[in-house]
Design a protein around this ligand. Structure first.
Ligand code: CU
Length: 144
């Protein structure tokens, strides 16, 4: 097999792993792929995406997310009703047992305002069942 083909195969097979990065595990909760979308130009508003998996049987409840590098972080969901797209603020997001909850473009996401500029990572705290779970997430270009 030609060498360039081998490298190409390594590159494509490595991709799913790169996109499914486990960042933090606390109790039975696994956080993956969290990042803040790098804002365009001087805009201080942005969004954050990632996933939260509840590997246990008991349901858990996400009630807040707060970034150290921003004034405000809200739990949001994009809805489409009768062809109209709108965003709503969620007071809480359920994390059912044995399920992975995704935060992705056009669905659930974190809405960020007052984001500091010139940073490449930031600490986030997710409040689950009233307890904060903290770890660092990167600021990078939108992936999808
Ligand atoms: Cu939003």
């Amino acid at each position: 097999m030609p060498r360039h083909l081998i490298w190409w195969l390594i590159a494509i097979t490595a991709l799913p792993y790169a996109c499914r990065r486990k960042q933090h595990t606390e109790n039975e909760i696994i956080f993956r792929d969290w990042y803040i979308v790098k804002p365009v130009a001087a805009v201080s508003a942005s969004v954050a995406y990632g996933s939260i998996e509840n590997t246990g049987r008991t349901p858990h409840l996400l009630t807040a997310a707060q970034l150290d590098c921003a004034d405000k972080t809200l739990l949001h969901e994009t809805l489409e009703t009768a062809g109209r797209i709108s965003m709503v603020h969620r007071e809480s997001i359920p994390l059912p047992g044995g399920e992975e909850t995704l935060f992705e473009p056009a669905h659930k996401h974190l809405m960020i305002s007052g984001l500091k500029t010139g940073i490449d990572q930031c600490e986030i705290a997710f409040t689950i069942d009233g307890k904060p779970m903290r770890f660092k997430i990167p600021v990078k270009e939108r992936e999808k």
